[in-house]
Write a protein that binds this ligand. Sequence first.
Ligand code: APR
Ligand code: ZN
Length: 268
Amino acid sequence: MDLSAGIERAAEAFQRTRKLVTFSGAGMSAESGIPTFRDPGGIWDQFDPEEVGTGPGLLDTLSRTPEKIRAFADQTISVFLQARPNPGHLALGTLEQMGILKFIITQNVDNLHQEAGNKKVIEIHGNLFRQRCLACGAKKSFGREEFLTKFKTALGELARVDLSSIMEILPKCHCGSPMRPDVVMFGEAVQGLHESFEEAGDCEVMLVLGTSGVVYPAAALPQRAKEAGATVIEINPGESAYFGVADIRLHGKTGEILPRIVEKIRNA
Ligand code: APR
Ligand code: ZN
């Protein structure tokens, strides 16, 4: 199916449906300057997920090659600091305002769906700007600038990067203990899983945006929607695990295609 016909069909499906739910991944934020994980040159091309993507790996890297942690943190903070919602995020904000989009289930931790105006967002892999206490588990949200700029400056000023110096510069909880970003690392429990499966099982259209679909349990959500009878629509310029699951595949960037679908609905 050619792209225009696909956009037409997607717009019709959105207008007809009782409930659209979106499942998004890193591709959604690629046009905001945040590299994806598995595309060529992506985050897992630059850094080894075994070394920086798990709690034990991080601690081991911190003790053996601490400068890798400084480089990873510095690079991540820089891209997240400059990132703003792109036209794809803003289009989803409009779809929620139109009463069509009921939930976004996102794997992204960049807060860009919320900054684009979406209120109903389930962050299955957490949020970089929310901190979690290492001792009592209390959570606290910080603004983008407040947390990232402060941490980047403090990290740059560290003469030596090791566990105690990192703990020193982490934000402190009201109980006095250090707080870490409330993001889900490999091997940790995801957040909002039950609610995500509920929403995926209750939607009529599941819109899959910019995800390779390889990290479970989140990656099972489109399949869950399909089994419950939903139409699955995918927007992705590359490959994903949803070949054969998606009923409509729109090859292209979310920042380009989503605004065209919203335009189609507006002009209907
Ligand atoms: N628009 C839409 N899709 C895009 C764009 C774009 N502009 N650019 C790239 N993509 C697609 C790629 O083709 C790829 O299929 O986005 C997908 C990104 O896949 P990954 O890098 O694997 O990211 P994601 O699927 O979100 O990873 C899932 O893995 O490392 C963990 O916790 C991390 O949440 C992440 C999870
Ligand atoms: Zn605490």
